[in-house]
Design a protein around this ligand. Structure first.
Ligand code: ADP
Ligand code: MG
Length: 484
């Protein structure tokens, strides 16, 4: 039997507002526990929430970016349940009238093909506090700093058909929210978390199978691993004559497996009802138009432009547009050197390699885009050859000079293109290598092409790498063939 996987994601994005969604308390990460929860976040009696306008603007920006319908009127509801990290006894969320309606997101797969994933809706809600189990022996600590942090929950349609597609979708969401600047997207700090809904069905069958929901998966890699495990578990279960039950499961990254948390029978009845403390959110066209006019160029548009206007390959365009920092760096290099393909090669090759080795983000690159642009320019105008360029890059990386030109000058890396100077070096090498010259002359003509490499190496060495390699090759061949 052939099986097909069906996946839908609920992604929680912490919005990068300075204060909470319903109070003035700070949202900064990493503060002393319980130092950033005020009376509103604690649900003390007699206090009232005030909606943070910035959270609304950010939700709308996301909606516009995924071409979604924005609700003219959206309403906050109370989702009632008891948990120690939720002192109010309910989470303020949007159940029946979410702010962002149906939209869609384009994902890019490994073979550079694209696919549209539909967004069912996205709604605003508040985050809960955190239970801390590790530092307390036999007890649990509660940190309410996170309580009231604004979240945008983005719910997809069950449109993904593999773990790879799910990871690509999560990456697309990550790049949209970071391009928009509405979230820092830091998954390690919990700024983006997702619930993964997975089911399987016999290939060709239209009806969906029963799904399991894997809660709180917090990295791209874990999403893929959790799905791989879950798909295998469900298929095995069905093939052994069992049935998948609708349930909530937990992914254990230590063991790469999912475990049941609670089944549908044990599920809460949240008794949603409209929050009497908050007015409906009413948005008018002028407000939406204003936000639309402020939208930056988004990843899919950038990718398209990099291909169409700059002539980059689909692969290069997709790598370089994946993060806004990367895209801006590349464009700055391109502006300086004027050659998109070379700029793309240097950013993805030498620069990305060095950043990866030292685990640095491009925003913290020791080589600025301006410096790299000038370096590429010096290769393009033949001031230096490719080998010297790598030396210059290393010198820039280690702060050995302020600019490519300064380093070229200081290290004497300027390419030697003067024919006379190159000929003099060649004559010297030929004079110093009688044995190799004799071998060359005795060799079969088709073997000589390979043997010339020795002489090229010697001449390049004599020039300390600065001779123009094409000229060296051409002149050497002439001079050696004259000796035959
Ligand atoms: P609920 O209201 O119980 O949370 P939803 O219908 O809102 O359920 O779906 C929640 C998420 O689960 C959505 O992202 C949706 O795409 C996904 N989903 C729904 N049915 C399936 C299914 N059979 N297999 C995989 N994912 C599913
Ligand atoms: Mg749900």
């Amino acid at each position: 039997m052939q099986w097909e996987t069906v996946i839908g994601l609920e992604v929680h994005v912490q919005l990068a507002t300075h204060s909470k969604i319903f109070s003035g308390a700070s949202t900064a990460f990493g503060a002393e526990p319980n130092s950033q929860a005020c009376a509103v976040d604690l649900g003390l009696p007699g206090v009232l929430p005030v909606l943070n306008e910035q959270a609304v603007a950010m939700a709308v920006q996301f909606g516009l970016a995924v071409h979604a319908d924005i609700a003219e009127v959206s309403v906050f509801d109370r989702k009632n349940y008891f948990y120690p990290d939720l002192p109010k006894g309910y989470q303020t969320s949007q159940m029946y009238h979410p702010i962002v309606g149906p939209g869609e997101v384009e994902i890019t797969l490994d073979d550079d093909s694209t696919k549209q994933i539909r967004i069912h809706h996205a709604h605003l809600e508040e985050d809960a506090g955190k239970s801390l189990h590790e530092d307390f022996h036999g007890m649990t600590g509660i940190d309410l700093n996170r309580a009231g942090t604004p979240l945008l929950e983005i719910v997809s349609e069950p449109d993904m058909r593999s773990a790879k597609e799910a990871a690509a979708y999560l990456k697309a969401i990550h790049s949209i929210v970071t391009y928009l600047g509405i979230s820092d997207g830091n998954m390690a700090e919990g700024s983006m978390r997702c619930d993964v809904n997975v089911s399987v069905r016999p290939k060709g069958q239209e009806a969906f199978g029963t799904r399991a929901e894997i809660k709180n998966v917090n990295s791209f890699r874990f999403v893929e691993k959790a799905i791989a495990f879950e798909v295998e578990r469900q298929i095995e279960l069905i093939e052994d004559g069992g049935k998948v039950v609708q349930e909530t499961r937990l992914f254990d990254p230590e063991r790469d497996e999912t475990r049941s948390m609670r089944t549908k029978e044990e599920a809460n009845d949240y008794r949603y009802f409209p929050c009497p403390d908050l007015l409906p959110v009413v948005l008018d066209q002028a407000y939406l138009d204003h936000l639309r006019s402020q939208l930056p160029e988004l990843p899919a548009e950038k990718r398209e432009r990099f291909q169409q206007a700059l002539g980059l390959s689909a692969y290069d365009a997709s790598v370089l547009s994946a993060s806004r920092d990367m895209a801006e760096y590349f464009e700055a290099v391109h502006r300086v050197c004027g050659d998109a393909k070379q700029a793309a090669n240097w950013v993805q090759g030498e620069l990305s390699g060095a950043l990866n080795r030292e685990n640095l983000s491009i925003a913290n690159s020791p080589v600025t885009a301006g410096q790299l642009g000038e370096l590429v320019q010096r290769v393009l105008d033949d001031t230096i050859n490719g080998k010297a360029a790598k030396q210059v890059f290393q010198a820039l990386w280690h702060g050995e000079g302020a600019s490519a030109d300064a380093i070229i000058e200081a290290k004497g890396l300027k390419q030697v293109t003067d024919t006379g100077a190159i000929e003099a070096m060649i004559d010297q090498v030929i004079a110093d290598s009688p044995a190799q010259v004799a071998q060359y002359c005795d060799a079969e003509p088709e073997k000589r092409g390979k043997m010339i490499g020795y002489f090229v190496g010697q001449v390049m060495k004599a020039s300390r790498g600065t001779a123009n390699p094409q000229q060296v090759n051409g002149l050497l061949k002439e001079k050696l063939d004259a000796l035959l």
